[in-house]
Design a protein around this ligand. Structure first.
Ligand SMILES: *Cc1c(COP(=O)(O)O)cnc(C)c1O
Length: 524
């Protein structure tokens, strides 16, 4: 059943429907971005997936990245003026990235291309979306305020296990009409990750360590979000509503579609790909956002062949793609060298299933109910066939992941981070005739401890030698850089030991403590 909406949008404008068929009416882009999650718990998707011709796609190579992004956004018919989209993209993708190409492609051989998504301010691929979403979030909120549809500002609260928090802080710092507070497990993130967060600049930011683990942080934040009395108090006393910046926001997905469209154009322009030839894409996957963006690029007309889903030992997605059953009923959560892929419930898979079922909101609602009640769901044979038509999947265990880092350095003099290493191996295992674009999601220097283990033949999880264990994250990176022939470390990571620490508060992880801390931040 297709969720058909009575569209009242102006010509060229696209509206957003939701994956569970709960919204009364479709909403424009600005509202989808500000709302984040749709009413009833579903996710927003565009009513219409715009189509680009091959000429339109390859023609993008003549433009700087910011203009390529603006062109893709305009194709999606968003309800902001064209000039404003241009302006917001200039700010999203400028000298905040350390490479003019924004996400340059390094080719390891004729048919293996690495898309480096980590040239942004925090050296992780989350920057590609989180340098852009806040621009559009502020602009959307301000447009809605001017139209009289909004009379408050926002507090973004993020619980992080490491990478997302810093990328969100960098993206939202000094954004108009928004404050951002980030909670991380005290003692549960790396030295580099902690320093990245507690040294963040900006006048609208706050960072708290939380006594407990990541689950405690996340549960506390979720409880604060579902506390209606707290929401009323924030609105009454501070004219602020809570919001999240997580990867279910459509405004975080769209910037990711852009780099797949752009990369195809780029490879053709560089003479590495025949216009119209198929390109396979291999993505190290956690929440399914990045690979879903590649699927949307394909649906828009980019000649993408197989979408390869690369999992670490938390292989629920690889198993789903290979069996049609998503099952976490008896699946332990495993710690791996690629922590940003350590996820059991992949929220963006819901959008993918919505699209593959021909937008059957009823089926999605049923499967999501099965998942929450029985911890598993199984898709029907038709849907499974559609999954198999677009996707292939494989997984890599912890020790192999580290072996891959060593191997790629030996063979290509290229240093992979552990997340990209998982994708590199899966691309080797699954590739056919087509060239492969491997999404590289982090700079190696964000995960120096495991890169060190890899280079010294230590097992994943093995203790570092005493003299290495006592180094700061920055010192360890310098050591690795020296040992591998004088590799560059991104400026934002290299300077962390000398940056002043701005935030040192540690709070309890219960919801009352989190609410108190958040309210205190607003009165400051
Ligand atoms: C978030 C993240 C991923 C997973 O991306 P999804 O969009 O959640 O699938 C992979 N690698 C790194 C380094 C990340 O930060």
């Amino acid at each position: 059943m297709t969720n058909v909406a009575s569209s009242e949008a102006p010509a060229g404008q696209n509206l957003y429907i939701d994956t569970r068929g709960c919204c009364e009416a479709p909403v424009p882009f600005t509202e989808a971005v500000v709302n984040g999650l749709a009413q009833g718990g579903g996710l927003y998707v565009p009513e219409r997936i715009p189509q680009l011709s091959l000429d339109q796609i390859t023609g993008l190579a003549a433009l700087p990245y910011a203009q390529r992004a603006a062109a893709v956004y305009r194709a999606f018919g968003i309800d902001l003026p064209d000039e404003e989209i241009d302006r917001l993209m200039e700010r999203s993708y400028g000298d905040n990235f350390d490479d003019e190409a924004i996400c340059p492609i390094t080719s390891l051989d004729d048919k293996t291309h690495v898309l480096e998504l980590w040239h942004g301010p925090t050296s992780a691929f989350k920057d590609m979306a989180l340098q852009c979403l806040p621009q559009f979030f502020s602009a959307s909120a301000s447009a809605l305020r001017e139209a009289g549809a909004l009379d408050h500002e926002f507090l973004i609260l993020v619980a992080t296990s490491g990478d997302t928090g810093k990328a969100a802080l960098e993206g939202f710092k000094d954004a108009d009409g928004v404050r951002i507070g980030v909670l991380f497990p005290d003692g549960g993130v790396s030295d580099i990750q902690r320093k990245q967060m507690v040294t963040t600049t900006g006048s609208n930011v706050q960072v708290w360590g939380v006594r407990g683990n990541f689950d405690d942080c996340q549960t506390g934040v979720k409880r604060a979000f579902s506390d209606d009395a707290f929401a009323r108090r924030l609105l009454d006393e501070h004219a602020v509503a809570l919001s999240s910046a997580n990867s279910i926001n459509w405004g975080r997905l769209m910037p990711q579609i852009v780099y797949y469209v752009s990369s195809y154009a780029e490879l053709v322009a560089q003479g590495k790909l025949e216009a119209g030839a198929e390109l396979d894409v291999c993505v190290p996957t956690g929440n399914f956002g990045n690979i879903l963006a590649a699927w949307y690029a394909k649906a828009m007309g980019v000649p993408i062949g197989t979408l390869m889903c690369a999992s670490n030992e938390n292989r629920v997605l690889a198993d789903f793609i290979n069996t049609g059953t998503y099952d976490i009923s008896d699946r332990p959560f495993v710690t791996t060298p690629s922590p940003s892929m350590d996820i059991l419930v992949s929220s963006n898979l819901e959008r993918q299933l919505f699209e593959l079922t021909g937008r059957d909101a009823q089926a999605i609602a049923g499967w999501m109910r099965d998942l929450s009640e029985e911890r598993r769901f199984r898709v029907d044979a038709d849907t499974f066939a559609k999954v198999r038509a677009d996707f292939a999947a494989d997984s890599v265990d912890n020790d192999e992941c580290l072996a891959v880092i060593r191997e790629a350095l030996d063979e290509h003099d290229y240093l992979l981070d552990p997340h990209t290493a998982v994708a590199y191996r899966v691309a080797q295992n699954l590739r056919g005739e087509n060239p492969v674009l491997i999404a590289s999601t982090a700079h190696w220097a964000k995960f120096g401890d495991n890169v060190y283990r890899a280079l010294h033949g230590l097992d994943a999880g093995a203790p570092l030698p005493d003299d290495v264990a006592k180094l700061t994250g920055c010192q360890l990176n310098e050591l690795i850089a020296r040992e591998t022939g004088g590799r560059a470390i991104p400026a934002g990571l290299a300077s962390l030991d000398t940056m002043p620490v701005r935030f040192s508060a540690v709070i309890d992880g219960d919801v009352e403590s989190i609410k108190e801390a958040a309210a205190g931040f607003l009165t400051r």
